[in-house]
Design a protein. Structure first.
Length: 203
């Protein structure tokens, strides 16, 4: 069974917040709390760690929803969907600068709301996967780069000292830090030294 998506509702009108919360719950989501001010929204994200925030733009207090979203983005990557009655282009442009995952004009259609939430969650999941992939690639590149530096190697047995100060066969070390693999053979000089009887009659 999939975990329910947890949503923080930020809305300055308690009646609208109640109706929206009930609709979200009826759609199978879980509303962790509601907030009427920007400070409450920021605190709610910090305390409840929701999966998504629906954000009104006109809030109680001095902070707007756009300002609250910008503050939230400083401490969390939670996706935010704006839900507002403001259709002004300048407001929209200010909101877009905070990189929201959706922008819904009230009155909203319940199917539009559901679609916006589902799309936001998919986009957020894809962004997280991309970040993880980039981190893995950076780590792999860093490991490859270590092969370009100075490698502590034993002058006698040719083992290499790794990062935890233990000694490894050179084949094992290089295989672990790159995509290289090894096949084994014997060079002519070693063949003459190890098997001189095979070369005595050659000349």
């Amino acid at each position: 069974m999939h975990r329910k998506i947890v949503i923080l509702v930020v809305e300055d009108d308690p009646n609208v917040a109640t109706v929206l919360s009930a609709r979200l719950e009826s759609m199978g989501y879980r509303v962790c709390c509601t907030a009427e001010t920007g400070f409450e929204a920021i605190s709610g994200v910090y305390r409840h760690r929701p999966d998504l925030v629906t954000m009104d733009i006109l809030l109680k207090g001095e902070m707007t929803g756009i300002e609250a979203a910008a503050k939230i983005a400083e401490q969390s990557d939670v996706p935010i969907i704006y839900m507002t009655c403001l259709a002004d282009r300048k407001v929209f442009e200010r909101a877009i600068k905070t990189n929201p995952y959706g922008y819904i004009i009230k009155p909203y259609d319940i199917n539009e709301l559901r679609s916006a939430i589902e799309i936001a969650m998919v986009k957020h999941g894809a962004a997280k996967s991309r970040e993880t992939l980039i981190a893995h690639l950076q780590k792999a590149l860093q490991e490859v780069k270590t092969l370009r530096g100075l490698l502590p190697i034993c002058a006698s047995c040719k083992k290499i000292r790794n990062d935890d100060n233990s000694w490894q066969q050179i084949e094992e070390y290089i295989s672990r830090h790159s995509d290289a693999d090894f096949t084994h053979g014997i060079c002519p000089e070693c063949a003459h030294r190890l098997y001189p009887e095979l070369y005595q009659n050659k000349g």
